[in-house]
Design a binder for this molecule. Sequence first.
Ligand code: PMP
Length: 360
Amino acid sequence: MSEFGLHDLPLRDDLRGRTPYGAPQLDVPVALNTNENPYPPSERLVAALAEAVSAAARGLNRYPDRDALRLREGLARYLGHGLDASRVWAANGSNEVLQQILQAFGGPGRTAMGFEPSYSMHPVIAEVTGTRWVAERRGGDFSIDPDAAVAAVTEHRPDVVFLTSPNNPTGTALPLETVARIAAAAPGVVVVDEAYAEFRREGTPSALTLLAENPRIIVSRTMSKAFALAGARLGYLAAHPAVIDALQLVRLPYHLSAVTQAVAGVALDFSDELLGGVKQLREERDALVDWLRGHGFRVADSDANFVMFGEFPDRTAVFRGMLERGVLIREVGPPAWLRTTIGTPEEMSAFREALLQVTG
Ligand code: PMP
């Protein structure tokens, strides 16, 4: 008898043939493939986290605060821009935030649009929520042409538009005018995915400044990158209170555990320390961009904690050569390009050495 498998289950037709999303989880000396922050929490932060978790543990017989109000207040304070808890929402990673947005505003008969190459989970979350995905292209420099974007939005009338800024995997940030023009033309909500916001270069603005003028803009953020808290799973967004009301309709009750709320609260208390690491990573990134260009590689301008570089006739060979030397990067983006996360100075020297050996 053949083994019972997926095909024997009454799986939704539109999920048949899909594979689960995920970067390879390989045990390598230098992991530069998932845009994590390479700096683990300090001992002082670990102690504060442990204390907050034990305080939370004493009340784990009870459900957590369903509205995560204190945490949302803290996040609003961190974001500034006159925000308060009524304009901030949190969930288990920004992927869950995005999923809730699509549950509320997407779904069967609805359309979401993105500008590719971009974060590949956007179409995945769209499709698994039954939302039709419309992919528009970015230009040769990975920017979005505002006229073309307005035309696409006018033609397809998407219920949800995704703008990723700084964009993954290219690192490209969008001018505010582009976001504002697309948002003015879009009939639905416009999600500006700012997972990498804190890594922006000087002078690159955040779409948070547009929230006051357009109630259909949603800015999503995460603690996984700048806050170096990928393991804790905390994503959040800022939007008009009506958007938060909509998300309350689809969130599961008590979706954010008391432990998560406590951990994220401590991370906010330590934001100065954590954002100190961001400064170092930005400097390391800018140095890497210069070094790569100095060695004749093409590099996309980056406002993030990763760099996309190329162009390689056979990028898989470069990826594999790097991996053989213990450096795991990511085969993602346009066919001739690769992406590396910015790690510690030591990790970046290992990256440079391996890249020269592989391509030299
Ligand atoms: N948005 C973008 C653009 C990302 O690159 C990522 C993570 N790679 C996420 C959202 C999701 O991050 P998390 O769920 O850890 O907050």
